[in-house]
Design a binder for this molecule. Structure first.
Ligand code: ZN
Length: 243
C-alpha cells in the first residue's frame, strides 16, 4: 500500500490541491495528515473541507488547536498570532468541531502519527538538529513515526548499531528491525529553502519512504494572502523562498 503523509498545509489550498492531484494520479491509496491544516494562509476553511472530504486520518497541530481556542497563542510569534485570530473568524462550526476533536497522536496503517515530537507532543518542541531528533526517536518503539512542525523534512533511522539521517528528496529503504522517525516537511509553507510542497510517501510493500517535492502556483497563494489585510505580508513573501 502507498500512503501519502501530509503535514503543515497551513491554509494553502493551491499547495494542497497540487499535492492531492499527485495523490490521485500516483496510485496512492490513502492520506495521513500530521497537523497544522490551518494558520498562516488564506484558505483555512477550504483546506479543512478537503481534508474532511478525503477522510484522512489526522492529528492536531498547534495552529489547529489555537484556531479553535484549545491552545493559547502566547507562544506564537506576532505574524502567527495575527493569522490565528483571522483564521478563527473564517471557520464554520463544522470546521471548528473537526479541529477541536483532533487527537495529539494516533496510529494508522502501522504508523505512529504526531505533529511535533513523539517524546512530549503536548509541549510542541521543534526537532531542529540531529541531537534532538535522536532523543525524540529514542522514545519510540514503533517501526515508523511521522512528524511535521519544523517544516524541514528528514528521514532518521536506527538499527543494527547504526543510524542514518537524510535530508534531501529521495527514496529511502525502511530496513526490517530498524526504527524510523520521519519529518515529511510542509505542504503549504516549506522552510528548507525549497518553495515546492513537501510530502512523504510510504510504500509498505516496497518498504520505502520517499521525501517528495511537488511544485504549485506559489504566486496565486501569495496574491490571496496579500489581498487579506489581516494577514502580514511576510506570510506571502516567505512562500516564494521556502523560508
Ligand atoms: Zn506548522
Amino acid at each position: 500500500m502507498r500512503i501519502a503523509v501530509l503535514s503543515d498545509i497551513h491554509a494553502n489550498v493551491e499547495a494542497l490541491d497540487a499535492v492531492l492531484a499527485h495523490v490521485a494520479s500516483a496510485r496512492i491509496e490513502t492520506c495521513l495528515v500530521v497537523g497544522d491544516v490551518v494558520g498562516y494562509g488564506a484558505d483555512p476553511a477550504g483546506c479543512v473541507e478537503r481534508i474532511m472530504r478525503i477522510d484522512a486520518a489526522s492529528v492536531a497541530g498547534n495552529h489547529d488547536w489555537a484556531a479553535v481556542g484549545r491552545l493559547g497563542i502566547e507562544a506564537f510569534n506576532e505574524s502567527a498570532a495575527a493569522a490565528i485570530r483571522w483564521t478563527a473568524s473564517q471557520l464554520g462550526s463544522a470546521h471548528k468541531a473537526y479541529l477541536q476533536d483532533l487527537p495529539l497522536e494516533r496510529r494508522e496503517a502501522g504508523i505512529l502519527m504526531v505533529h511535533s515530537s513523539p517524546r512530549d507532543p503536548a509541549e510542541w518542541p521543534y526537532l531542529a538538529d540531529l541531537r534532538e531528533v535522536r532523543r525524540a526517536a529514542s522514545s519510540v518503539e514503533d517501526p515508523l513515526c511521522v512528524v511535521g512542525h519544523s517544516h524541514v523534512p528528514f528521514v532518521y533511522g536506527r538499527g543494527d548499531g547504526h543510524e542514518v539521517f537524510h535530508r534531501n528528496p529521495g527514496v529511502y529503504p525502511l530496513r526490517a528491525g530498524w526504527r524510523y522517525l520521519v519529518n515529511v516537511g510542509s505542504v503549504g509553507q516549506p522552510r528548507d529553502g525549497d518553495p515546492r510542497s513537501s510530502v512523504g510517501i510510504v510504500d509498505s510493500d516496497a518498504r520505502t519512504v520517499e521525501l517528495l517535492r511537488i511544485p504549485y502556483p506559489v504566486r496565486d497563494a501569495q496574491a490571496k494572502i496579500r489581498a487579506i489585510a489581516a494577514l502580514p505580508d511576510f506570510l506571502a513573501w516567505r512562500l516564494q523562498w521556502g523560508v
